[in-house]
Design a protein around this ligand. Sequence first.
Ligand code: DGL
Length: 265
Amino acid sequence: MKQALIFDSGVGGLSVVSEIRDRMPDLHLNYVADDLFRPYGTKSEPALRARLPMLLKTLENMLLPDLIVIACNTASVTALPDIRSAVSAPVVGVVPAIKPAAEISQSKAIAVLGTPGTVRRKYVDSLIQDFASDCQIVLKGSNALVELAEQTLAGAHVDKALICNEIDDIFKNAPDIDVIVLACTHFPLLKERLAACAPSHVRWIDSGAAIAKRVESLLSRHTKTELKSKRVYPETAFLIGPSASPQRRVAFQRFGFSKVIGLCP
Ligand code: DGL
């Protein structure tokens, strides 16, 4: 049975898990949340580049995945080449869906809503230059939305005003915006609540479905003999750091991870 490892700083990768499960219901998934180092959006580029390759190599040795998904925009736009050099499995990263956003925008005004770490990276500048040079772009970084998504998934009540506060200024700066790129995997988990804060014609776009398609295509290239022989555990979410609250465990279980295990480094 083919296995993939889904990696994020927290629950954000679960938005990618949903897309992968829709497309490949038989793929065996394990999940790792780097709770100890979250939020990635506040971390420097050198700090992420120092941590992620070694961590992913250790996880690869532990779980023997056929493929690794870095289900995190911040990690992908910062350290994808370093991670690819460190591991042997194919690696799929998540990058902001700026190209499709520019293609569907009528007003040619789009916003990129990610973590501060993502929206200030050079990688994003190049995506804009290559695919959206004819668009007005508003870059909006929010760490608060990451935390609000974590709280929502853990079952806490999150006030609408807290979510709306994070995106109100997007429309003040560019009232014509008709597409918003959800450039952090945590944010699709809040999509309905974000949409309730915005004009109804605004379209919200993320990279989840494209990632699932890429995973399917890469895994279909493996022949049976290329796959490593391995023990198959129940689908498990490994949470790096202090043990998770019962509500947080339930969130992972809802997405199909029947076991939730704390990993203490
Ligand atoms: N889910 C992440 C992303 O896509 C990272 C959130 C964070 O830890 O700041 O960027």
